[in-house]
Each structure stands twice: as C-alpha cells, then as structure tokens.
Design a protein around this ligand. Sequence first.
Ligand code: AKB
Length: 326
Amino acid sequence: MKMDTKVLVIGANGQLGSVLTKELRKKYTIENVVASDLKENDNQKGIFEIIDATDRNRIQEIVERYNITQIYHLAAILSAKGEETPLATWDINMKTLFNVLEVSRNNNIDKVFFPSSIAVFGEGAPLENTPDDAYLNPATVYGISKAAGENWAQYYFMRYGLDVRSIRYPGVVGYQSMPGGGTTDYAVDIYHKAVLKEEFNCFLKEDVTLPMIFMDDAIRATIELMEAPKESITVRTSYNIAGISFSPEEVVTEIRKLYPDFKVNYKPDFRQEIASRWPSSIDDASAIKDWGWQPEFNLKAITEIMVQKLQEKYKKGMPNKEILTF
Ligand code: AKB
C-alpha cells in the first residue's frame, strides 16, 4: 500500500460509491480517502466535500487541497432515469467525465477509475457470452455516454499517458442503498418488497435474463483492477466482467424458498425494451487473463445475504431513503 495514496471518490452517495468509499477507507485509511457528492451525507464516516462534478474548478480545488493521487468517478445518470431527459443526461455524464479527465491529466493523477456498463451493448452484439470487443450499439443515452466515455478514457491513455481504468458493470445488487434509476434495479427492489412482505410489481418480463453482480464482487473487482500492475492492463476502453446472470423468475424462485407466499406481478414497461437489447451473459476472458478476475457470489448466496441484511435493517425501523447504513 502506497502511504502517499490519496483517493477522491466523486459520487460517493451513490449505489456503488457509498460502498466503495468504505472499502477504500479500510484499505488506505480514513484520512486518505475524500468522499464527495452533490450534498452532505451523515452516513459518511470520514472526510466529505460537496462537489458538483460539472464544476471543473471545484474538482481542481479539492484535488489541490488534499493532494489527491487517485480519482474514482462514479457520478452518472443511469439508464432508465436518463431517458427522462436525454440531452441533460448526455451533458451531465460527459461534462463530468471531461472534467475528471482534464483535472487528472493536469495534476498528474496516478490513476482514474471510470465505470462503464453492459448498457454499451445493443442490437448487433452477441446476446450470449458477449465479448469485450463486440460491436457497441447502445440504445440509451446512458449507454451512449458510457461507450463514448470508454473511447475518451482510451484516448487520454494513448494521448496523455493518463492511467484510466474501466469496468463494464453488470446490474449491481446490493443491500446498502435503495433501488435507483437503473433498469436492473428491479433486482434490488424485489428483495425489499419480499422482506417487507409486500407484493412486487416487476417492470421486466419474468424470463429476461441479464448479467448481474453482487455488490461485494463489484467492489472487489474495482479495487483489484485498480491495483493491477499497469503493464498487465491490455484493455483501455473497458473490461467486461461477469458475476451471475439471472432472470426475474429465477430470483423469485430463490426468494420463495425463504418467503413461500411472496407475490409478484409482471408489468413490463419501457425498461423491458432497454433490457431486451442487453446481453444475457458476458465473456470476461480479458479480465480473467489480465488481472485474475473471479466472481464469488451466486444467486442463492446473494438472496440469502440480501434477505438477512434487509431483515436486520427493517427490524431497526424504516431506512432513510438513500443510504442504508449497516
Ligand atoms: C442500469 O440498469 O442502468 C445500471 C447498469 C446496468 O449500468 N444498473
């Protein structure tokens, strides 16, 4: 561990950012990780700064104030939410990335993490075992911004030598935050409804299989990629990683082993159209070869942990509407 590692997490209140910040603080100590987002979050146990990542000067100010050496850029508008305001989504997702890339190259930042997504895939890519180098044809503004972002990340590496690393996250399933604006967030909400013994209205068809990943695996993958030797990184757009692929009906089957009376209504909406263009499984051979990626959680384990953690949380009273502290 480099004692001079100073990390800035942009988007630290989000689904990934809130958990990643905690893990980074364990690894680099609480004094060496600065969390940031649009507004304060009293669940953050450590240094927190307000950053609107569309404001390049603010990012520069914080990078200078704390002598930041690594930046994790996790702020973005997700797929479903992004379709409500396409041009604003493009503007926010791209402007924030350009600000991070420009501040990073101008301040000799050692490493930058840029999250991409399975949302970069669309018509024309294989639906099964989709490879890293598949044809990218995203159908959402979020996916378009991530595909563009991958190419900008590669450009900053090739043009300026900036060590930008990226993962195409599957749908992330975690108990630490409430479901957000993602097409895959049905797989978070379903567990909350089961534990609360409420009916679940699923906005996807029962048989649409999507690549998913448990939060612990997603966080470990992120840190393992960022810790890999620079010379082992051969993919400078973004790495595919696979966790576990499943459909809503498969999750329901697992949940009903614990909640036999769990009731689900399938009411596909516009998000089904988004999901139908995404792969059902991912080829992550490059991540396995370059930095030894291996997932650890299957659907049975995910279900048992999600139910146990949410039972604990709801027993303590209703969670706050953003981050569930555990
Ligand atoms: C979304 O559904 O938009 C995200 C993603 C797959 O990147 N969870």
